[in-house]
Design a protein around this ligand. Structure first.
Ligand SMILES: N[C@@H](CCC(=O)N[C@@H](CS)C(=O)NCC(=O)O)C(=O)O
Length: 203
């Protein structure tokens, strides 16, 4: 299996954490693929017309994206339990995943806006991202006990990766302050071997 990959992408990191948790990381050949919102990657377009990573190409040439779809495929392939198969547990895990994934999306948009020259920034967007991020972090603090109790699943990966991405790109944001339960849960998450094997780096 070939994975269009980058060491900087939190979405790619979700896939690689899942692969490590499932014990099948060695079956994935990572191919460094550079993507930018303003520059479609011509090499990637035949596999993914959206020019986004992660994109997984199977040996038979079929292609899977985005990160949620790839993670569920890997879980199915390995006979894992990152995705409850049915019932209330499945909807809860997927909804919690959406919260983590939504936080990642928000942080990416926020960073894009923040890194523009000051005269091109839209203050209303910056304010909105800050409010939504705080509200999401407060919600996650109230959910920390549930995260701890629930069997490790795709929602833990998405939420944990979002928090780690905060540490990577928003070092000035003291998200742990006033959120001791979330901070403690995240410290345990970061100690997992799958996290150590997938450090996010600016390379
Ligand atoms: N919803 C997608 C998001 C993937 C995504 O936006 N990846 C970024 C890299 S961090 C990307 O490919 N950006 C290039 C672009 O948007 O053109 C997923 O979960 O895989």
């Amino acid at each position: 299996m070939k994975l269009h990959w980058s060491p900087r992408s939190p979405y790619v990191r979700k896939v690689m954490i899942a692969a490590h948790e499932l014990g099948i990381a060695d079956r994935i050949e990572t191919v460094r693929t550079v993507v930018r919102m303003d520059t479609p990657n011509a090499t990637l377009l035949p596999d993914n017309p959206l020019s986004k990573i992660p994109t997984l190409v199977l040996p038979d040439g079929s292609v899977l994206f985005d990160s949620l779809t790839i993670c569920e495929y890997l879980d199915d392939l390995a006979g894992g339990s990152l995705f409850p198969r049915a019932g209330a547990a499945r909807w809860r895990v997927l909804t919690l995943h959406s919260l983590g994934q939504g936080l990642i999306d928000l942080l990416i948009y926020w960073r894009n806006e923040r890194d523009k020259p000051a005269e091109r920034q839209t203050q209303a967007l910056l304010d909105s991202y800050a409010i939504k991020a705080e509200a999401t972090l407060d919600r996650l603090e109230s959910l920390a006990a549930e995260l701890r109790e629930r069997p490790f699943a795709i929602c833990h990966i998405a939420i944990g990766v979002a928090l780690s991405y905060l540490d990577f790109r928003f070092t000035h944001l003291p998200w742990r302050e006033g959120r001791p339960a979330l901070a403690a849960w995240h410290a345990e998450f970061e100690a997992r071997p799958s996290l150590r094997a997938t450090e996010i780096v600016d390379a």
